[in-house]
Write a protein that binds this ligand. Structure first.
Ligand SMILES: [Fe+2]
Length: 141
């Protein structure tokens, strides 16, 4: 089985905490891919999508809190994009969605959103000399 996506420096936003959360998100997606091939039960797939959905929800709140803290000008637009994915994950969880389509969609969303949108948060900080104080002690100790 070929890995659908592997963490790469090109996905790095440059904000430590966000990058770590993105890595965990990718890990959940990879696990989902692995289990699809193992013919697991519908209930198990539901639980895995639920885990991805709830993690995405947490991560988006985390990212949005950071954007609020720095008065990010495109906050509302960014929140709408997050909301859009959460809605799609919720639908996928309750419908008999094709698992591969779900996987491909979620990965494409991640790649596109991270590179196109999340990196702009970092750029905004740099352009406005905002110190990024969103580090993880657990990583640095
Ligand atoms: Fe985002």
């Amino acid at each position: 089985m070929e890995n659908i996506i592997t963490w790469d420096v090109k996905y790095s936003v440059g904000i430590e905490r966000i990058d770590l959360e993105h890595k965990i998100f990718l890990d959940l997606i990879k696990n989902f891919q692995k289990e699809i091939f193992e013919n697991v039960s519908d209930e198990r797939l539901f639980r895995l999508i639920l885990e991805i959905e709830k993690y995405a929800e947490f991560h988006f709140i985390s990212e949005e809190n950071f954007m609020k803290l720095i008065n990010y000008p495109k906050l509302e637009q960014h929140i709408n994009l997050h909301f859009d994915l959460l809605e799609k994950l919720n639908v996928a969880k309750h419908s008999n969605v094709n698992k591969n389509d779900f996987l491909n969609f979620t990965v494409a969303w991640f790649v596109n959103h991270t590179i196109q949108e999340d990196k702009q948060i970092y750029n905004y900080c740099k352009e406005n000399n905002i110190e990024i104080n969103f580090k993880l002690d657990i990583v640095n100790e």
